[in-house]
Design a protein around this ligand. Sequence first.
Ligand SMILES: NC(=O)c1ccc[n+]([C@@H]2O[C@H](COP(=O)([O-])OP(=O)(O)OC[C@H]3O[C@@H](n4cnc5c(N)ncnc54)[C@H](OP(=O)(O)O)[C@@H]3O)[C@@H](O)[C@H]2O)c1
Length: 257
Amino acid sequence: MNEHLFDLSGRVALVTGASSGLGAHFARVLAGNGARVVVAARRVERLRELTDGIAAAGGEARAVAMDVTDPDSVQAGFDAAEEAFGTVDLLVNNAGVAQPRSFLKSTETDWDYVMETNLKAVWRVGRAGAERMKKAGQPGSIVNIASLLGLGVQFGESMYATSKAGVVQLTRHMALELMRYQIRVNAICPGYFETEMNKDFFASEQGQDYVREQIPSKRLGDLSELSGPLLLLASDAGSFVNGVALPVDGGHLLKSL
Ligand SMILES: NC(=O)c1ccc[n+]([C@@H]2O[C@H](COP(=O)([O-])OP(=O)(O)OC[C@H]3O[C@@H](n4cnc5c(N)ncnc54)[C@H](OP(=O)(O)O)[C@@H]3O)[C@@H](O)[C@H]2O)c1
């Protein structure tokens, strides 16, 4: 196999929601494979710790404040990214929130909170990134982080799952309309990985029962198991992969009825 297949040298990446969990991991992986990486989130102190770690490992990264629900903040974040490294040609739309709530108890505020961050911001940040790539005549790739819940259902997750199903469909449309600019767009649908979003649940008895009884592989994923799928979709190794929603769930979707 060509050892350079997943190489990202010369690429400029921007990862939203990089201040913890999957986003921080994605930033390390992209930097470790040669990309210069802009890490974006609201908690800038945390981003600085991440960029220090990436620099210590021999990579290049820059922290940028970005609230993905604020159009001005998104544009300012891209401006800062361009100033640091040039046009972003690898965008990972990862920022997301969860608001578990039964359908009947969910409120207008809950709905807006989840949709603003998980769906509208993917549209907003994706559009800003793609517009800038197009303007610069720069081919690129966009990876949207959806969820297994974009493909399936679960009690208490109507808002989150609907937002992620929207991300899956938005991914297909972005791929269709952006391919003429040599911009590929794909989604990853992770199964369960322990992060700040869910660690209390998985530490609880209920959470442990869930892993034992509801996940066929009887385990959570390890963040390292997202690295290969990310690199495939982000790099030229995936040059003919476009518009897919790739489950990375250890077979969770195969749960028997
Ligand atoms: N963990 C899982 O099992 C799992 C499974 C499927 C999908 N996912 C998806 O993976 C993504 C990352 O989740 P995670 O598990 O890593 O959760 P996490 O540890 O809670 O991280 C969420 C990240 O999103 C950022 N964020 C939230 N609102 C934001 C906003 N308005 N502007 C900018 N950044 C914002 C947070 O940064 P700041 O608070 O610093 O802004 C944080 O860095 C999410 O889209 C999630 O839905 C996770």
